[in-house]
Write a protein that binds this ligand. Structure first.
Ligand code: NI
Length: 136
């Protein structure tokens, strides 16, 4: 039988959304406050979900302890208290929208988890705005 385990976490990071080919006014028209020149922060909350068979011996889908270590190494240690545009090479030419960040996180987690499991990541940029990505 399959089940889905979920683990939540948080990281705080700065970003700015902009297209350098557009004027400042156009950037603010499209990206709103997220285009302001001097960056700003969000308290990002994420949920990583793994779906797989419940192991008959352990009763686990996946070790939550191991998952905690993976999330620390791949998410918190990389993104927490960073400026995403400046500190993360992946975002040097890509806008750090919540969509692009969730895909970035999913790819990092996916590499660490056996293909026996499906992986979904949900990322909240604000209380009411969140994006889900499962590789499709
Ligand atoms: Ni923003």
């Amino acid at each position: 039988m399959k089940a889905t385990i979920n683990k939540k976490g948080i990281f705080c990071a700065a970003h700015r959304l902009y297209n350098h080919q557009w004027s400042n006014d156009k950037n603010i028209e499209i990206f709103g406050k997220c285009a302001y020149l001097n960056y700003h922060g969000h308290n990002y909350e994420y949920i990583v979900s793994l779906t797989g068979e419940v192991d008959l011996i352990t009763g686990f889908v996946f070790s939550l302890h191991e998952l905690k270590n993976i999330l620390f190494e791949e998410i918190e240690n990389v993104l927490d208290h960073r400026n995403i545009n400046i500190d993360i090479e992946y975002f040097s030419k890509k806008n750090p929208t919540v969509e692009n960040i969730v895909i970035y996180i999913w790819n990092k987690i996916r590499k660490r988890i056996s293909n026996k499991f499906s992986v979904k990541v949900t990322l909240y940029e604000t209380k009411n705005n969140f994006v889900e990505y499962d590789g499709f």
